[in-house]
Write a protein that binds this ligand. Structure first.
Ligand code: ATP
Ligand code: ATP
Ligand code: MG
Ligand code: MG
Length: 878
């Protein structure tokens, strides 16, 4: 077996609209192409031995053991690789269920599709599955050690990619509410929502978190001074920079016991509490000195440690934090008790689990010593031995929810304190013997205010009720009336995508909104180019959706991007499908026009149920997409008598119709005329029917988004772009006595489209300069010839400079064959050199005629025309 290609999909795609995270592996079975699993000796047994848990895969039989039954009875290796890849991820703790396997048009080559949670893990699982299966085929087994290594590697990918418990909680809550989110290419920065409605988070700081508040909270001494000045109970203390000042400082705070900590520390680092002697104080000073130059000396307050979480001015959770400890069983040593406690599966490394493993440091031994123990002691049953002085979860502490117990006065105080410091999200460290009594009554203090407090202890306390604190954050960022989305309008089709996208963006601009749009020419925001180039993939969509100024996104969604990585967004408000015609067939395992239609259908299907799929009623493959989408349908048609559209309107639907020379919206009993085609420059005076169709699609997409008829009209009338912006798209030049048209039509459907305009040219002869790239199939040239014979009065057949391997003259011969087949007495000649052919056509053009050039080089053709003194450029999008 050989993996030919691995692709990573990240949005709605050809295989699934709902499952966005898929790996597509193109797999050549090679020698196994004709051998089902039952014909490989020992394969079934080897597979069951390596992965007995495959028993849990139902597969088509629909019952436990169903998949293994298929293996025993005989199934192809691609299918087995799919199940193995899913199972490997499952064994590493990533729950994935979706898989598909299809043979391609190339015999023995399969597409294996597997779901992933983590991209790298997904690709790895695909490769490992191939390795595992091949090994069982070759040797009857897959070594256990290798399997274990695979699973460990997969676990590592998963862990390394995890967001951290607080971010994870926020992101999950966002997903639950249907708010889109993405990781930004800056460490830990998360975007919630799109465009102008986006919010940002980094851990538990938001884009509303003020820098002054954060700076103040990070300076423990300044925080205390401000709070003290406001009558808030804080520890009595002072800051020193020299050991010489220590003695005096201890006296100032009222003598032992004291606390010594670095001025700007966190996570309990460098802190010693409950210091009772000079020796301890000296040592504690040195410890704090490792972290910070300035040292805080404070009175030690007896009590338990609490974290009070305030979000958007309200206390949303209270937790009591208990320092790392063990409970004696009367038999084990303290060292053994620690080992036992650390075996708890809830204890992980760092912040990656509910609790963190207990690790000992210098202070631990001191603390044990003070309690009269060492690691080898066996305390009597039930004794609690503390191993850390401070209660940080990251040093092995645990948490008990106390939200329902806090005294109302403490609640009020906490909320007031956070306002004074100026934070939208803050965690207060409160030391008190009893949180259910006012602090002042029990000599409790607020030790510190934390910006970016961790959520772990509230979301997953070791005891008590978990609190949905992330919900409070999302409530603050997106209050019920505030949207997280911006409208997304996505446009696909074989021809006319760029034109329609630009027009739709232009119409939307009439509403005064900032429109971001992507096309094959580039990415734009408002009137400005962000980036030139073919920008129809998901990355470009992200540029728009991440831009904080963009209010509306219009996205050209081309075949290649959807196939390679899926759409760049979860769902659109409007999905426009213009047409489906033969083009690019045979690329990317899309071999038939129906497969191509299925691919384009992704745009119609990935629309919110309350959004609209805007479909071409005149193209049966597009119209049929109505069956597949859950969204509302809106049709556009060039045919005012369309039966489909008539029925649709009868049922209360909306449509855009070309009737009596007008582009109109039809809804219910009413026809709203937008504008005469003649007055819409894009339609070239109403002579280019396909442009009318594009304009109908754009008008309809805008209309279903509540853009007014007046705004749509204004947009249609004023849509102009220069030849330099859209070279090769119906660029029409007035040369005084005659006209010349340059178009980059590149498939039969677009030749037809250009033809529909040319046929409307009634003032004189129609001369065509035609040819095509040499790598097309022979029959494509014949088709071109036939079309040309139908469209033009006189044809000059030329060839590209680059014949792409084809013998010079052969393309021309095939075109002429096509011409003669349709009209044996057509007037034509063959001039293989493109420049000479164009010049000849322009030289011979009689008065009132139209010279249509379908060139290899658009820029050269335009140059050849311009030297003849162009009087006016009449551009559709121009
Ligand atoms: P974190 O980042 O986890 O909040 P930190 O390094 O910022 O910790 P503090 O919050 O100042 O440090 O102190 C850590 C813990 O030490 C407190 O939560 C409290 O339990 C204890 N502590 C600190 N100062 C005092 C004090 N003056 N009296 C009693 N206990 C104290
Ligand atoms: P690409 O696949 O190159 O991005 P596109 O779909 O974006 O193409 P446009 O750039 O808008 O299409 O138009 C390219 C050419 O396709 C036009 O110059 C015209 O010849 C033809 N065309 C445009 N609209 C249609 C249509 N609705 N039906 C058929 N042909 C069209
Ligand atoms: Mg603290
Ligand atoms: Mg395009």
């Amino acid at each position: 077996m050989r993996i030919l290609k691995i692709q990573t999909l990240r949005g709605p795609n050809y295989w699934s609209i709902r499952r966005h995270k898929l790996i597509v592996m193109r797999l050549d079975l090679e020698s196994l192409a004709e051998t089902p699993s039952n014909e490989i000796p020992g394969f079934y047994e080897g597979l069951v031995e390596a992965l007995p848990s495959l028993e849990g895969h139902y597969c088509s039989p629909g019952c436990r053991g169903g998949f293994l039954m298929r293996v025993r009875e005989g199934t192809m290796m691609g299918h087995i690789v799919e199940h193995v890849a899913l199972e490997l991820q499952e064994l590493a703790g990533m729950h994935v269920g979706f898989g598909r396997t299809r043979e391609t048009a190339t015999p023995g080559v399969y597409q294996v599709v597997i779901e992933y949670l983590n991209e790298e893990a997904g690709r790895y699982a695909g490769r490992a599955a191939v390795r595992l299966c091949q090994s069982i085929v070759d040797r009857g087994r897959y070594p256990k050690a290798e399997l274990e290594q695979d699973i460990q590697d997969l676990k590592d990918f998963w862990r390394d990619a995890s967001l951290g418990p607080s971010t994870e909680a926020i992101v999950k809550e966002a997903e639950k509410r249907g708010i889109p989110w993405m990781s930004l290419p800056a460490r830990f920065l998360i975007q919630l929502g799109y465009g102008v409605n986006q919010k940002r988070m980094q851990a538990t700081m938001t884009n509303n978190t003020g820098i002054l508040g954060v700076e103040l909270a990070c300076d423990k001494e300044a925080t205390k001074r401000i709070l003290d000045a406001n009558g808030v109970p804080v520890p009595r203390g002072t800051v020193i920079n020299f050991l010489d000042d220590l003695e005096e400082a201890i006296e100032y705070v009222g003598g032992y016991p004291i606390v010594i900590k670095p001025l700007d520390g966190n996570h309990g680092r460098g802190i010693t509490i409950d210091i009772r002697t000079w020796d301890e104080a000296e040592a504690a000073y040195e410890t704090a000195r490792q972290i910070s130059r300035s040292i805080i000396i404070e009175r030690y307050y007896v009590g338990r440690d609490h974290r009070v979480l305030v979000v958007d001015g309200k206390v949303v959770a209270v937790a009591e934090r208990i320092p790392a400890h063990v409970v004696a069983d009367g038999r084990s040593t303290i060292a053994e008790l620690i080992d036992e406690t650390n075996k708890d599966p809830n204890r992980g490394e760092g912040h990656d689990n509910v609790l963190t493993k207990i690790e000992l440091d210098r202070s631990s031994y001191q603390l044990l010593d003070r309690q009269g123990y060492d690691l080898d002691s066996v305390p009597s049953k039930g004794t609690i031995c503390y191993l850390r002085a401070t209660a940080n979860l990251s040093t092995g502490g645990s948490a008990i929810d106390r939200t329902d117990e806090i005294h109302p006065e403490n609640l009020w105080l906490a909320q007031r304190v956070v306002k004074i410091i100026g934070l939208d999200i803050a965690g207060l460290d409160v030391v008190t013997t009893d949180i259910s009594r006012p602090l002042r009554d029990v000599d409790g203090v607020i030790v510190e205010v934390n910006a970016a407090p961790g959520f772990r202890m509230h979301v997953a306390p070791s005891q008590g009720i978990p609190r949905n604190v992330a919900g409070a954050v999302i409530d603050m960022l997106f209050p019920s009336e505030k949207p997280s989305y911006i409208p997304i309008l996505s446009v696909t089709g074989t021809n006319g995508k760029t034109t329609t996208t630009r027009l739709l963006a232009h119409i939307y601009k009439q509403t005064g909104k900032v429109v971001g749009y992507t096309t094959t020419d580039g990415t734009y925001i408002g009137d400005f180019l962000v980036e030139a180039g073919d920008n129809t993939g998901p990355q470009s969509a992200h540029v728009i959706l991440q831009d904080p100024t963009v209010e509306v996104a219009v996205l050209e969604s081309a075949r290649g991007g959807i196939l390679r990585s899926g759409l760049g967004f979860d769902a659109a408000n409007v999905g426009v499908v213009l047409n489906v015609a033969a083009d690019h067939l045979g690329i990317g395992d899309i071999d038939t026009i129906d497969q191509l239609a299925n691919l384009k259908s992704v745009v119609a299907e990935a629309v919110y149920p309350d959004g609209y799929a805007v479909l071409n009623a005149d193209d049966h493959r597009v119209a049929a997409m109505a069956e597949k989408t859950k969204a509302n349908i809106a049709y556009f048609t060039m045919n005012p008598d369309s039966e489909l559209v008539r029925k649709h309107i009868q049922k209360g639907g909306v449509a855009a119709v070309y009737e009596n020379g007008y582009l109109s919206i039809v809804k219910g009993d009413w026809t709203h005329r937008i504008e005469r085609a003649e007055n819409i420059p894009l339609t070239m005076g109403g002579k280019a029917p396909f442009m009318i169709a594009n304009a109908l699609a754009a008008a309809l997409a805008a209309f279903v988004q509540n853009v007014t008829i007046e705004e749509i009209r204004a947009g249609l009338r004023t849509f102009r772009a220069s030849v330099s912006q859209t070279p090769g798209r119906m660029n029409l030049f007035n040369l005084g006595k005659y006209h010349a048209l340059v178009d980059y039509a590149h498939n039969p459907a677009s030749y037809e489209a250009v033809g529909s305009f040319v046929r409307n040219w009634t003032t004189g002869q129609r001369i065509g300069v035609v040819g095509g790239p040499g790598d097309r199939r022979d029959e494509d040239f014949v088709t071109l010839g036939k079309l040309a014979a139908d469209i033009f009065d006189y044809i000059i057949v030329k060839e590209d400079d680059d014949t792409r391997g084809r013998a010079r003259g052969s393309a021309s011969d095939l075109i002429i064959e096509g011409i003669k087949e349709v009209r044996p007495n057509s007037r034509y000649e063959s001039i293989l050199d493109e420049t000479q052919a164009i010049d000849k056509a322009l030289d011979m053009a009689p008065d009132g005629s139209l010279v249509v050039i379908l060139p290899e080089s658009v820029s050269r053709a335009i140059r050849l025309i311009k030297v003849r003194g162009v009087q006016e450029e009449i551009q559709p999008q121009n």
